[in-house]
Design a protein. Structure first.
Length: 232
């Protein structure tokens, strides 16, 4: 139980839990998106149309909506105020496509409204990327050195904590974007009652990926802290 970081029993338990959670979240979002990608919305609105309508309904201007190659790599980029929709969303009239596109438009609305959590998230992006890149190498190097060099391990943990914080802040940002999207889809009449429930199911499944990422990050941080305590 107290062996080397990569080979003790606790590590394999940790790996099993994180892999199980991540695989379930991935399966859920893929299965749900595929299921409702076969269901055409009654109004025949495409993903692009839905995104533009959400923006219009919220009086958000200056945001472009374009197409990007790939599958479910849809995103809003605040740097140039652009929404990029993937091939399976951009010109498709499915419940899945409309829900995902509206969600990305919800991020644009957040940005336009100055939604505080998204400001924090954007500020954490460079810090999180830096922390993710250097934290584990520092922890690994620190563990190979004598105990008096524990400050290296602690520095790695601090940097990793920034990445964990990013994952936690991401949760309210994603949930709020979905909430804004569904509200707009309902008020504009793009989707009727049953379709809204189906779109909500799609977005809830997508949110699981962020919940899984946050859970995995927290579990990793807890393990690092436990390792440091044992080392002390």
């Amino acid at each position: 139980m107290y062996g080397f970081y990569y080979y003790d029993l606790n590590y394999f338990i940790y790996m099993f839990i994180t892999m199980a959670v991540s695989m379930y979240a991935h399966f859920k979002v893929q299965h749900t998106f595929k299921k409702y990608s076969k269901v055409r919305c009654m109004r025949g609105v495409t993903g692009k149309d839905a995104a533009l309508e959400v923006l219009r309904q919220n009086n958000v201007t200056g945001v472009s909506v374009g197409r990007i190659r790939g599958n479910l790599n849809d995103h809003f980029d605040p740097r140039d105020n652009s929404i990029s929709l993937s091939d399976v969303v951009y010109d498709k009239s499915s419940i899945s496509a409309v829900g995902v596109a509206a969600h990305e438009a919800g991020h644009a609305v957040q940005h336009a409204r100055g939604y505080f959590p998204i400001k924090i998230r954007q500020a954490l992006v460079p810090i999180s990327q830096f922390g993710s890149m250097l934290s584990m190498p520092l922890v690994f190097i620190g563990l190979l050195l004598p105990v008096q060099y524990n400050f290296i391990v602690n520095l790695g943990i601090i940097l990793f904590s920034m990445a964990v914080l990013f994952q936690l802040v991401t949760l309210p940002v994603e949930f709020d974007a979905s909430k804004r999207a569904l509200k707009s889809l309902e008020s504009t009449g793009i989707l009727h009652s049953q379709e809204l429930d189906e779109a909500r199911e799609v977005l809830s499944a997508a949110a699981l990926t962020y919940v899984a990422a946050a859970f995995t990050a927290l579990l990793s941080l807890a393990r690092l802290l436990l390792m440091t305590r044992r080392r002390d």
